[in-house]
Design a protein around this ligand. Structure first.
Ligand code: NDP
Length: 238
């Protein structure tokens, strides 16, 4: 049976993806910081699921996550780099701590995750790394500077890795979601940014399950097919 690690699996897109992958026959290791949430989801999913409390911005945590997955399920066939945060603000506000957190989680967190799982994928000449970027990588909006930089950064990282892995049988995919109904926006503190976003994003958002379906589609392709990039927008999103 194939095994996937899903980071950021305690809510939103990650939780929906973990559920979908169990349904499609994967063993799934769910990773995030909120242990209580992971515990509840895993209890519901049963034997095919397990969790490992993980802060993706910690290299030690990511190495321990990979080791725990191999110990429990024997191998890692797919890594879904989904954990992310979006405490956006105008550059002039100088919210340096939030900038650093976004860089640590959205950018370093992806690199550390890849680094932890790649050696065994290269050795087995089999594996798939899926990176959840964002439409904000390609379409900036006022306040998105650092978030957009991290999300276009992982796009560059992903495409580079794809090229490096062509000879090793490891596939790499970037998914760019548009607006999805999740908890992502709850970390935005600046009221003026919230009002601006409320005006700009006044369309019906996707369900997390729509993104989970796209991950299942990417993983469901035969080994000779690598979906490089996939953009999934709500129909009403310009
Ligand atoms: P949620 O806020 O619902 O989920 C984010 C997940 O990331 C949570 O499970 C959270 O778990 C986890 N997370 C945050 N920080 C860390 C950390 N340091 N270590 C481990 N896990 C962490 O939002 P979404 O489901 O929307 O976000 C998932 C991904 O989708 C993100 O990368 C986001 O940028 C991207 N995205 C979302 C869009 C949207 O409209 N919702 C649009 C485009 C992209 P915990 O707090 O328990 O650690």
């Amino acid at each position: 049976m194939r095994t996937a690690i899903v980071t950021g699996a305690s809510s939103g897109i990650g939780e929906a993806t973990a559920r979908k992958l169990v349904e499609t026959g994967y063993n799934v290791m769910l990773a995030a910081r909120r242990k209580d949430r992971l515990e509840t989801i895993v209890e519901e999913l049963g034997e095919q699921a397990a969790f490992h409390a993980t802060d993706v911005s910690s290299r030690d945590d990511q190495d321990a996550l990979a080791a725990a997955t191999i110990k429990r399920f024997g191998q890692i066939d797919a890594l879904i780099c989904n954990a992310g945060i979006m405490p956006v603000s105008l550059i002039e506000k100088g919210d340096v701590e939030d900038w650093d957190r976004m860089i640590d989680v959205n950018l370093r967190g992806v690199l550390y995750g890849i680094n932890a799982v790649l050696p065994q994928m290269v050795e087995r000449k089999d594996g798939h790394i899926i990176i959840i970027s964002s439409i904000a990588a390609l379409q900036t909006f006022p306040s998105s500077a650092v978030y957009s930089a991290t999300k276009s950064g992982v796009r560059s990282m992903s495409d580079t890795l794809r090229k490096e892995m062509t000879a090793h049988g490891v596939r790499v995919t970037t998914i760019f979601p548009g607006g999805v109904k999740t908890e992502l926006g709850t970390s935005i503190k600046d009221q003026s940014v919230l009002e601006m976003m409320g005006g700009a994003f006044n369309f019906e958002f996707l369900e997390p399950e729509n993104l989970a379906d796209s991950v299942a589609y990417v993983l469901g392709q035969p080994p000779s097919v690598c979906v490089g990039e996939l953009m999934i927008r709500p129909t009403g999103q310009p």
